[in-house]
Design a protein around this ligand. Structure first.
Ligand code: KPL
Length: 302
């Protein structure tokens, strides 16, 4: 299948690399012409078994979108609007576009589109080491689902392609529920890991951090419930479990801060606070965390 992956960050590299290594015709689209040229049509996947260098097309020319049957939007949440503006002139009515972002701020942007726009949630672990180099951490499932009615189109073939390329994937009918379940976990862990400047697991051992984590997730659960989102049996227990299971991880938000990149705090806790206002729900712990993370992030951004 002709696939264009937009964004050479950790997730973009991992998906582009795995799909290309699995025999798909992949183009990695980077808005930065200089960086695209410097990558010399090759990306490098590092994992427990070593490094594989994978040849594929890397371009800064949006005309490569012309032939795409599938477009994976792997940019950060705050870059989605620009990415969609780039895509729209090129896509055909049968082109499937899937957004793979953390948080929920991008959801309305996808829902506003007519056509085959879908969202994904992935548990694949990926860390950007340097341009073109990604370290693959844990393997986890990717769920994909359309955001609007699709008149009989299905994502089953996309899930099959992903799975055949070592990207285990399933079609999810309630993708919003999946997004929120991940959001609740990120709400509890990511911002706090920045404030305490620590790996995920340490948040459980610092009494104040653990207490704050519980408050953050509880507030976000109240908002999810008010929005009619299905959040599963015990999302708070799940967050604590993930925190333990990823104890040695440096969260993606702390990685962003350390690399002097903008964080996704607006897409995660910030988005919960915004929705809370529409439902008259107080979210003081999330409000505070947004301000704290911005105070750390702002002076460091390049
Ligand atoms: O998804 C994550 C992230 O860092 O963004 C968690 C689950 C917190 C793992 O680090």
């Amino acid at each position: 299948m002709n696939i264009v992956v937009i964004g050479p960050g950790a997730l973009g590299l991992l998906f582009a690399g795995r799909l290309a290594a699995g025999g798909q015709a992949v183009t990695l689209l980077d808005h930065n012409q200089q960086r695209a040229a410097s990558l010399k049509n090759c990306i490098h996947l590092h994992d427990g078994s070593g490094t594989s260098s994978i040849p594929l097309s890397i371009s800064a020319d949006p005309a490569s979108l012309n032939a795409a049957k599938l477009i994976l939007v792997c940019v950060k949440s705050h870059q989605v609007q620009n990415a969609l503006a780039t895509i729209l002139p090129y896509i055909q009515p049968t082109t499937v576009v899937i957004g793979l972002q953390n948080g929920i701020a991008h959801v309305p942007l996808f829902q506003a589109q007519t056509g085959l726009f879908a969202l994904g949630v992935t548990a694949m672990g990926a860390t950007l080491l340097e341009p073109g180099h990604v370290r693959h951490g844990g393997n986890g499932p990717t769920f994909i689902g359309f955001t609007n009615a699709t008149h009989g189109h299905t994502l089953a073939d996309v899930a099959e392609i992903f799975s055949s390329c070592q990207l285990p994937a399933e079609v999810e009918n309630d993708i919003l529920s999946r997004l929120w379940r991940k959001l609740l976990i990120n709400c509890g862990i990511n911002g706090l890991s920045v404030i305490y400047d620590c790996p995920n697991g340490m948040l459980l051992t610092i009494p104040e951090a653990r207490e704050r984590l519980i408050l953050l997730v509880s507030e976000a659960i109240a908002v999810a419930k008010a929005m009619g989102i299905e959040v599963g049996d015990d999302p708070l227990a799940q967050t604590l479990e993930v925190c333990q299971a990823t104890a040695a991880n440096i969260s993606s938000m702390l990685q962003d801060v350390r690399a002097r990149r903008a964080t996704e705090i607006h897409a995660i806790n910030g988005a919960v606070c915004k929705l809370a206002i529409t439902k008259n729900i107080a979210t003081p712990e999330n409000d505070l965390l947004v301000q704290e993370v911005l105070a750390v992030e702002k002076p460091r951004i390049q």
